[in-house]
Ligand binder design. Structure first.
Ligand SMILES: Cc1cc2nc3c(=O)[nH]c(=O)nc-3n(C[C@H](O)[C@H](O)[C@H](O)COP(=O)(O)OP(=O)(O)OC[C@H]3O[C@@H](n4cnc5c(N)ncnc54)[C@H](O)[C@@H]3O)c2cc1C
Length: 435
């Protein structure tokens, strides 16, 4: 009887899981293992809401595994040592895991692959990470040609989606730690951490959201986006399944607006693939600005301004409401993210890395690869657009929202009205308006 380990990292799902499928193909018995890595847990980028979401997801996954005759084995320590011990305890002959791309994850996996029979599978993105390259084999650094090349590839099909296994045989004599009880997920975080919830949200969005997405996604007063980002972040939904759903919605679209909605949503999923690819091909960009011309910006970095931004006390209602929404719910609408990030770097002249750290401490969907969103995008705004809140649509929604007052803002952002106080006093300064 052969045994394989399915090493779970950010793929907390049974459906369309290529690492799990590979483990099941290799072994009669599969050990679903999650290693609590003290190095990662101690990172200043790990926020309690994201950690609580992960732990909740592990509990749900354990329940789902038990329904299949298996269970989750949880250990704490250096993954290399834990996996080696688990292999000798169980007689497992192989370890399978979904590829991860942060520099830390890649160094760890390379180290472990030198010691143990570790096989990495695709799954983090819908198209394999090293498949979208320029004709000469170099990676893209600009989105439009990347997306053109991405779209020229054969898209994943519904038949590619791997069904959840009906049963998983797991040795029953293995030691497992209990899943840590805390931190608990705050009741203000509106995301239920489980695969079934991701499927429900995807179905609901495809049924009655994606058709109007092209326009609705600009409106912070509508729940016009999928709100799937925390589930994609932790792999409770596969990127491939989301992409297949987008193509299916395009195929079934009843009119031009519906097709445009699905196509626009597909583009957002491709943005995600693009940022993942950037981090994969340019790991050094983790430490410095991706754009060389933005490495020496003379940031003002005023601590008082930064504190006001973090606490939602800038005096600019939309910025303040969005920042309080972030701290309370762990999520923010894309347009609000653009506004507060732009405000931070262009109005307050604060280094985007400080903002990124605050985002990462609070976002349930916070992911290393998305740091480039702040860097590349706000960088581009910085270079080309001297007016604060420059993208036209964001400017328009900002100006509309400014006139709405507390109740309107609360409705817009879907947060309790208490979060929308505009009691920050006088708006803090803009570029040029103070020394
Ligand atoms: C300053 C800033 C920071 C951000 N930080 C993060 C982050 O840490 N984690 C994160 O998942 N997203 C981040 N985003 C991207 C985007 O705002 C969120 O993914 C989106 O708001 C999540 O809502 P949704 O799931 O309803 O998205 P939808 O509009 O339904 O889009 C579907 C999916 O596509 C992906 N996506 C959407 N927009 C983008 C984008 N602009 N770039 C890359 N992928 C995208 C996400 O995975 C999202 O779940 C950031 C954007 C900005 C401007």
């Amino acid at each position: 009887m052969t045994t394989a380990i399915w090493w779970i990292r950010r793929d907390l799902r049974l459906r369309d899981n290529q690492a799990l499928a590979a483990a099941l193909a290799h072994g009669d018995r599969v050990i679903p293992a999650f290693v609590l890595d003290p190095q990662l847990l101690a990172s200043p980028y790990v926020g309690s809401k994201r950690l609580a979401f992960l732990l909740g997801g592990l509990r749900a996954l354990d329940g789902d595994l038990r329904a299949k005759g298996s269970r989750l084995i949880v250990q704490r320590g250096d993954p290399a040592d834990i996996l080696a011990a688990l292999m000798s305890e169980s007689g497992a002959t192989a370890v399978f895991a979904e590829e991860d791309i942060s520099p830390y994850a890649r160094a760890r996996d390379a180290r472990i692959a030198g010691r143990l029979p570790l096989t990495l599978t695709s799954g983090l993105t819908a198209q394999p990470l090293s498949a979208v390259l320029k004709p000469g084999g170099r990676p893209y650094t600009v989105f439009t040609p990347f997306s053109r090349a991405w779209k020229a590839m054969t898209p994943p099909q519904p038949r590619d989606i791997v069904a959840a296994p009906r049963r998983i045989e797991t040795p029953d004599d293995l030691h497992s730690l209990p899943i840590p009880a805390g931190p608990a997920l705050s009741a203000t975080v509106p995301f239920v951490p489980r695969e079934a919830e991701a499927q429900r949200k995807l179905d609901a969005f495809v049924q009655s959201g994606v058709d109007r997405y092209a326009d609705a996604r600009d409106r912070m007063d509508l729940a016009g986006t999928s709100q799937l980002s925390p589930y994609l972040r932790f792999g409770m939904l596969s990127a491939r399944q989301a992409v297949v759903a987008a193509f299916e919605a395009m195929r079934k679209a009843s009119d031009r607006e519906a097709r445009k909605g699905a196509e626009t949503w597909l583009n957002q999923l491709i943005w995600r693939e693009f940022y993942v690819a950037i981090l994969y091909h340019f790991p050094n960009a983790r430490r410095e600005s991706f754009r060389p011309e933005l490495r020496d910006v003379p940031w003002r970095n005023n601590e008082r301004d930064f504190q006001a931004w973090r606490e939602g006390l800038t005096g600019y209602p939309v910025v303040d409401a969005a920042m309080r929404q972030l701290v309370s719910t762990g999520w923010m609408h894309n347009r609000a993210r653009m506004i507060v990030a732009s405000f931070l770097v262009k109005d307050l002249l604060i280094d985007w890395r400080s903002g990124e750290r605050h985002f990462m401490q609070h976002l349930v969907d916070g992911g290393t690869e998305l740091r480039f969103e702040v860097d590349v995008r706000t960088g581009r705004w910085w270079m080309n657009l001297p007016i604060p809140f420059a993208p036209r649509v964001v400017r328009a929604s900002f100006e509309t929202i400014m006139g709405w007052g507390r109740e309107g803002l609360a409705r817009t952002l879907g947060v309790p009205v208490e979060l929308c106080s505009t009691d920050g006093g006088e708006p803090i300064g803009r570029i040029g308006s103070r020394a």
